[in-house]
Design a binder for this molecule. Sequence first.
Ligand code: ATP
Ligand code: MG
Length: 354
Amino acid sequence: MKLYKIAVLPGDGIGPEVTKEAVKVLNKLSEIDSRFYFETKEFNWNSEYYLQHRRMMPENGLEQLKKFDAILFGAIGDPRVPDPVSIWELILPIRKQFQQYVNLRPIKLLRGLENPLKQEVPVDFVIIRENSEGEYINSGGLMFEGEKREMAVHNTVMTRQGIRNIAEFAYEYARENGLSKLTNATKSNVMSYTMTFWDQVVEEVAAQNKNIAYEKYYIDALAAYFVQRPESFHIVLASNLFGDILSDLGSAIVGGLGIAPSGNINPKGTFPSMFEPVHGSAPNIAGKGIANPMAQIWSAALMLDHLGRKDLHDAILRSIEEVLMEKKVLTPDIGGNASTVEVGNAIISKLKME
Ligand code: ATP
Ligand code: MG
C-alpha cells in the first residue's frame, strides 16, 4: 500500500468549510481502493493564529511542512489582519522556500456548466504562469519631494534560468498530457528589455520541442482571443503578471471562482507542492455553509495528478461533472440552493474507480 502524507492548511473564512469536503474526498478514495492511503494532517495557521501569536506560522513551520508529499491549502484573509501579512508571512515563504516556481491553472469548461460566453465550443486549456520572479519581485524605489511621492519605480527581474525552468515545465506538461500547441503570452513590442529576453529563451526551448506547435501573441490581443476563440488554446505560457491577469480572465470564461483550481508546483519534487482554489476566504459568505467546494476538490484532484495519480484526478473530475450535469445539488453561486456539505457528499457518492 502506498501512503501519501498531505498537509492541510484550511486557513480562514470559507477555507475550512471547503477543505473539509476535499479531505472527505481523499478519505473516500483511501476507502474504495486499498492500494493507497491518504494521511492528512491539519495545521491551523490562519488569521486567528496570527492574532494570538503575532505570526502566521511557528518558527519551524516550513520544517514541519517539508516532511509532507503535498500541501492542500484553503484560503487566507481576514478583515482583522492586513492582507500583506498573510501573503508575506505564509504564502510567499512557502512558495519561495519550496521552489514552487510553476503556477498551474486549468481553464476547462466542465460538462454540465453553462458557458458564460454562450458559445457552443469546448474550452479546455491550461495556463502555466511563472511563479517566482518577473514583475512580482519586491524591488523598486520611490523619489520624494519633501513628503510627497514624485516618482516610483518597480523593477522586473527575469533570469535565463527562471525563464528556462518555466518553459521546460510547460513543454514537459504538453508532452505528458498529449497537448499539441503552446501559446506564448508576450509584450516584446513594447517591453524591450525583459520581454524580448523572455521570448528569446522561450523560443530556445521551443526549438528543442519542434513537434509541439508554437505561437506567440501580445498580451492585449491574447486577452481578446480568450473571449473570442478560447477553444483554440492548449497551453498558455505567461510571466508572473501576465499569467495572473490571464488566470482570472480564464476562470471567468468557464464559470467563475467557485470552480477554479490551481497548483503551485515544484516540478523537481525536491519540496512539496501546494494546491489551492483560486478564490479567497470570501468573508461575505463565510459561516453560512453555502460556499462551493468544487474549486477546492478540483485542487485536490490536481494534487493527486501531481503525485502521479492521474487516474484519481480523472475520477474526481468525472464525479464533479456528473453532479453538474444532474443540476440537482449545486451551491447558489452556480444557480442552486444546496449547501457546501451537500455538494461535497454528492460528489463523494459518485466517486468510483474505472
Ligand atoms: P480574499 O480577501 O480572501 O481574497 P475576497 O473577499 O476577495 O477574499 P474571494 O474569495 O476572492 O473573496 O471571492 C470574491 C467573491 O466571490 C466572494 O465574495 C464570494 O461572494 C464569491 N466566491 C468566492 N469563492 C466562492 C465559492 N467557493 N463559492 C461561492 N462563492 C464564492
Ligand atoms: Mg480576493
